[in-house]
Design a binder for this molecule. Structure first.
Ligand code: ATP
Ligand code: MG
Length: 183
């Protein structure tokens, strides 16, 4: 599975529809302070199911919606789409009938978040599990926050083990076992 395209609309500073093609190999994003580089990474994290406002540098989940500027009014919704090349068919069953997956998350003021995969409504959990199985995901070590390396060095062994389990792609199994035990 490989990310191929990121679309943003009304997400944080990306008020106008913006599309980024993610080519194979290394991608670098450069630009002056405050131009939105970190917002791009947050968009990736968000579309993969991040639900902690603190991870999005906000006080509430609706803070990801464009809040307005001197010359532009605020928006009522934010939407991020992430396209994935699933040519290797590594997506979990249920999502594996297509070579290209587009995950879309949209948040509307006072109405919360909704997710779609290739145009079909899905639950937040489905999207989170899709990425947990692919060893990526909103909280995976594939995305390294500022300060995260020193946190890892100082972490308790149990917490450090979770990072290794995530890298090994078995994080989704814990969630499934937990849900099975509740049933
Ligand atoms: P640096 O080089 O300093 O790390 P950066 O390129 O990472 O900068 P970001 O932190 O991604 O920049 O972008 C910050 C900008 O995004 C700020 O100008 C901030 O006002 C704007 N911003 C964040 N959230 C919103 C929002 N909800 N609505 C409008 N603008 C927002
Ligand atoms: Mg930044």
């Amino acid at each position: 599975m490989r990310f191929t395209r990121l679309r943003l609309n009304g997400f944080k500073s990306f008020v106008d529809p913006t599309e980024l093609v993610i080519a194979e190999g290394l991608t670098g994003v450069v630009g002056p302070n405050g131009c939105g580089k970190s917002n791009l990474l947050e968009a990736l994290r968000w579309v993969m199911g991040e639900n902690r406002p603190t991870a999005m540098r906000g006080g509430g989940m609706e803070d990801v919606i464009f809040a307005g500027a001197a010359t532009r009014p605020a928006r009522n919704f934010a939407e991020v789409g992430l396209s994935i090349d699933n040519g290797d068919r590594l997506a979990p069953s249920g999502f594996n009938d297509s070579d290209i997956l587009e995950i879309v998350r949209r948040i509307t003021r006072d109405a919360g978040s909704a997710y779609k995969v290739n145009g079909k409504d899905v639950r937040a959990r489905d999207v989170q599990m899709l990425f947990a199985d692919a060893s990526t995901g909103a909280q995976s070590p594939a995305l390294v926050r500022q300060g995260q390396i020193s946190e890892l060095i100082n972490a308790k062994p149990r917490n450090r083990r979770r990072v290794l389990e995530d890298a090994a792609g078995i994080a989704g199994l814990y969630q499934r076992r937990h849900e099975a035990e509740l049933k």
